[in-house]
Design a protein around this ligand. Sequence first.
Ligand code: HEM
Length: 427
Amino acid sequence: TELAESPFNQNIGKHPGEPNVMEPALLADPFTGYGELREQGPVVRGRFVDDTPVWFITRFEEAREALRDQRFANDPKFAGNGNGESPTSRMLEMMGLPEHYREYLAGSILTMDAPDHTRLRRLVSRAFTARKITDLRPRVEEIADTLLRRLPDHAENGAVDLIQHFAYPLPITVICELVGIPEADRPQWRTWGSQLISVQPESLREAFPAMIEYIHELIRERRAALTDDLLSELIRVHDDDGSRLSDIEMVTMVLTLVLAGHETTAHLIANGTAALLTHPDQLRLLKSDPELLPRAVHELMRWCGPVQMTRLRYAVEDVELAGVRIAQGEAVLPLLVAANHDPRHYADPARLDVTRQPAGRAENHVGFGHGMHYCLGASLARQEGEVAFGKLLAHYPDLTLAVEPDTLQRIPLPGNWRLTALPLGLN
Ligand code: HEM
């Protein structure tokens, strides 16, 4: 229904031969749909949600090349659609939000380029050092244990929705604790989070200003009594020297971290669990050897990662990629899902193989992106994944899917591979 009501549906099929990311076939089975485009070529013409013409980058090597190439900018001001309008202005117009909010959208690390991106990334990277993430592990385990012990209390007709009662609460609790969002406000964040990604103008119009106001208020409160959370750290940096971190950047950073930090990880946990339960041989392997967990997380990210495309990038000058000329102002869209299943890079890419990846930290997929915008929370997300799968199987070794696999529903959002629910039998 969400899809049927979307104002963007009118764009589907408008330009024959230029597939729109909202097309039902691409939403239902992006692996096949974008896989076919990948076999047409590494750089293929398509359309974004709002009908913006884009170049899909479909293959592993070319996707990495595009994501590394600084001639492709994230700032939508480089978008030249011929009408001087960027997708950001159209988005604001569609939401019916005042101009003022443009600054918050523009203040996000995701829509910035060097040197501002470098400055912000350096500031916030301090909170995401390997050491800090490792230190957090016992707390992540504790939160997972608590949630898992309570799972049976949520059973209805013998089944528990893993998304509702584990996959969501685990990462949102972790990121809120890290950032410093009070426990009582977490359900509100979850509501805002789903409103924001809903592609529904009214929901966006409601959620966006509310979140921004909330963060401003939280900053006012926290300033009176700084702690050791990330918010306090950002306030210290800001108050120490406003040229290092502006007011709006501070608010947008908190917003980005909370949103980027929970929805994605929740769906890695859900997709991964569903994948393991429908591949009993792989599940058995993992249960017999928990040392495989880090590799299994790499492989699940590749095989069914929750983020299937990056944001749009815009050519700041004419660029040639894989023999295709991309003109200044045109948009490219790296298709992580197609790259992660590129037969030029992986033997038998459709096969789930939890022993596939090299051990340790080495990562052989683009599910977290690549280049300077490579996911800031990747090591946290991987750790949460390892803890989630490990603890889930330890608590409930006889876990089963409570419904037929082909009845599982996905949320029809381009670039997001998300189940609506994952009903499990705990046995
Ligand atoms: C960037 C995926 C978890 C924070 C990205 C990008 C991807 C991604 C693909 C690059 C986007 C682009 O280049 O356009 C994921 C996935 C996750 C996950 C699949 C979980 C499985 C997290 C977590 C956090 C986080 C837990 C925060 C704690 C960020 C931030 C950026 C980012 C701040 C922007 C980095 C920059 O622009 O320099 N993520 N992410 N992500 N992610 Fe994640």
